[in-house]
Design a protein around this ligand. Structure first.
Ligand code: F6R
Length: 610
């Protein structure tokens, strides 16, 4: 959601470094932005409502040579998106400046307390209290004051702090919100996301909950909640800067859709049973015995990741014959689920930082379940806190609407289903080998779908002005209908619903007329003919129908106004193929409508608050 960048350098370009870093965080979603830089003996703060170009324009009129600074993009939670509510915030003396991501749950109580002590607040935010609290504890050591201040906070935070009297240091602290330190060449950086520092360094240190970090240009000291020094190790990030840039595509989303063949092959790399490497067992954090005794799987996730989890229900139940429950993490955490010691709880999350998914994971751990994270971001909270992990290798996903991370998740979930089937003896060696062949063929089959992007574009042009859409599918493609509808609504702002096709007669068919296009997933499976019947029922009520069908399937011609052709694959793998034309359809419709495809309104890439 919000983004933090900080730098301490040996030059005078802090404003430029901060602005560049903030631009790399734009994808997270924000409604105001600001920077604070040390300028002479003072700290200058510049804040603007709206996009970063406004901040850039404001900075262009100023001459602010500086070596040290903090920057922030804010996505409003407490207080409207105004200039006074934008970060950085200051204490009363104006010497201490902070930026904050997260939510301080006890801020009202702390604000009352500070007001009684005579502090005057200038904003409506929960974040401003942090600056005043640090001031209260400050006795010459900023890092210690930050540590003591955080001990009074309840909630979630990533904090960057600086002091006008200490131009040589920056301080960072975190709990339940990501924060990394970038170890640069004669400089240090602080950021909420590695993407923000990648053009300056690939060497980073992920801070853990409760830690406070003191950065100078050449040193890093980390202490825990009690102030005890903590040893740290740097991680070298394998993502190149160009991976995080658009690479010639008009939008990150389109680039990411086109990266899916690579994502699938990277996620499979070294993990198929017959390629002689370690398979997935080594990553899972569970012994073969533990895997053998898994009696139930619970999948917890949000949004698109929840759709991947729903597909996994079909995969695990069909391949390993283990019952699977799929929950929205936000529901799971409050519904008092029945959990047992032989249950495996799988948290699926691209970012690994989604607040509800983290809370649900912690609940499952506390209940004594084995936990597994399927994440895309190394070092993320879910990656670190789950007992084991199966990383997707999708690289940074910048477009707010998830595409390549989804296909990466589906691929990882197939691998998980196979491993469970292998362990409990439900998967024969012959069948296992067939799965390897089918999975290896997938990247080429996705390529084929992408080669047809122009055809999808042509279809999209016919539906640009629709107001409502229905997406229908059955079985393992029902979650893909949900995902198709979610993609369309979030980036084009067209109202869209996903339904299991068999449910049409129980209500939604009342909506059907010539103004309601229907997208139907009719690829080969045991329920294909049933979906065709459901489509016919809609057509006789004047619906315009776009069908996703397998190459050469003549039977769908009569029921379709338009057809999105895809290669035929095993039914259980069809979601990975079928979602591709739906992603493209949403993308082209949104683009034609002039929508901000990569940063849809009201959405944030990483939902780090409940
Ligand atoms: C939709 C989308 C969201 C995310 C959801 C969970 O395109 O991106 O629905 O899937 O916010 O995010 P992660 O996977 O990071 O936990």
């Amino acid at each position: 959601m919000c983004g933090i960048v900080g730098c301490i350098t040996n030059g005078t370009e802090a404003p430029e470094i901060l602005l560049k870093g903030l631009k790399r965080l734009e994808y997270r979603g924000y409604d105001s932005a600001g920077i604070a830089v040390l300028n002479g003996a003072d700290i200058r703060t510049i804040r603007e409502v709206g996009k970063l170009c406004q901040l850039e324009t404001a900075l262009a009129d100023l001459d602010l040579p500086s070596a040290v600074g903090l920057g922030h993009t804010r996505w409003a939670t407490h207080g409207r998106p105004t200039e006074v509510n934008a970060h950085p915030h200051r204490d009363a003396s104006g010497k201490i400046v902070v930026v904050h991501n997260g939510i301080i749950e006890n801020f009202r109580q702390l604000r009352d307390e500070l007001e009684k002590e005579g502090v005057t607040f200038t904003s409506e935010t929960d974040s401003e209290i942090i600056a005043h609290l640090i001031a209260r504890f400050y006795e010459g050591d900023l890092a210690e004051a930050v540590r003591l201040a955080t001990r009074r906070l309840r909630g979630a935070w990533a904090i960057g702090a600086m002091h006008a009297d200490h131009p040589e240091i920056l301080v960072g602290a975190r709990k339940d919100c990501p924060l990394v330190v970038g170890l640069g060449d004669d400089e240090m950086l602080l950021a909420s996301d590695v993407t923000a520092v990648l053009d300056r360094t690939q060497k980073v240190v992920f801070l853990d909950d409760g830690q406070t970090a003191k950065l100078t240009r050449t040193s890093l000291e980390i202490v825990d909640e009690e102030g005890h020094p903590v040893d740290w190790t740097a991680t070298v990030i394998g993502w190149s800067l160009s991976q995080a840039e658009r690479g010639g595509f008009p939008h990150f989303m389109l680039k990411e859709i086109f990266e899916q063949p690579t994502v699938v092959s990277d996620t499979l790399l070294g993990r198929l049973e017959d390629d002689g490497e370690h398979g997935v067992l080594a990553d899972l954090g569970m012994s073969a015995d533990e895997l053998t005794t898994v009696g139930r799987v619970h999948i917890i996730a949000c949004g698109t990741s929840w759709h991947a989890g729903h597909v996994a229900k079909f995969l695990v139940e069909r391949i390993a014959r283990i019952p699977v429950d799929v929950d929205y993490a936000s529901e799971f955490r409050y519904r008092e689920p029945v959990l047992g010691e032989h249950d495996l709880v799988v948290a699926v999350s691209q970012s690994g930082e989604t607040a509800d998914t983290i809370a649900a994971l912690r609940m499952a751990k506390a209940a004594g379940c084995r936990t597994l994270g399927i994440c895309n971001v190394i070092g993320s909270t879910i990656h670190r806190e789950a007992d084991g992990s199966l990383m997707t290798h999708a690289g940074p996903e910048i477009g707010v609407a998830s595409t390549k991370a989804f296909t990466g998740q589906l691929t990882a979930l197939v691998l998980l289903a196979l491993e469970l089937g292998r362990m409990n003896g439900r998967l024969s060696q012959e069948e296992d080998a067939r799965w390897s062949d089918r999975l290896r063929a997938l990247p080429g089959q996705i390529e084929l779908c992408l080669k047809r992007a122009d055809d999808v574009h042509e279809v999209a042009l016919k539906y640009v002005s629709a107001q409502d859409f229905l997406f229908i599918g059955r079985g393992i493609n029902y979650p893909i209908a949900l995902e198709g509808a979610l993609k369309l609504k979030e980036i084009s702002y067209i109202h869209a619903e996903g339904y299991p096709a068999g449910e049409m007669k129980h209500g939604p068919i009342a909506l059907v007329d010539s103004r309601m296009p229907i997208v139907a997933l009719c690829t080969h499976s045991n329920v294909r003919e049933k979906v065709i019947t459901n489509v016919e029922e809609a057509r006789v009520r004047d619906a315009r129908v776009i069908v996703v069908a397998n190459d050469g399937d003549d039977e769908v011609q009569p029921i379709a106004d338009d057809i999105l052709w895809v290669p035929r694959v095993d039914d259980l793998l069809s979601p990975i193929i079928n979602v591709v034309p739906l992603q493209l359809l949403s993308y082209f419709i949104a683009r034609e409508r002039g929508a901000d495809v990569d940063q849809p309104r009201n959405l944030a890439k990483s939902v780090t608050v409940e």
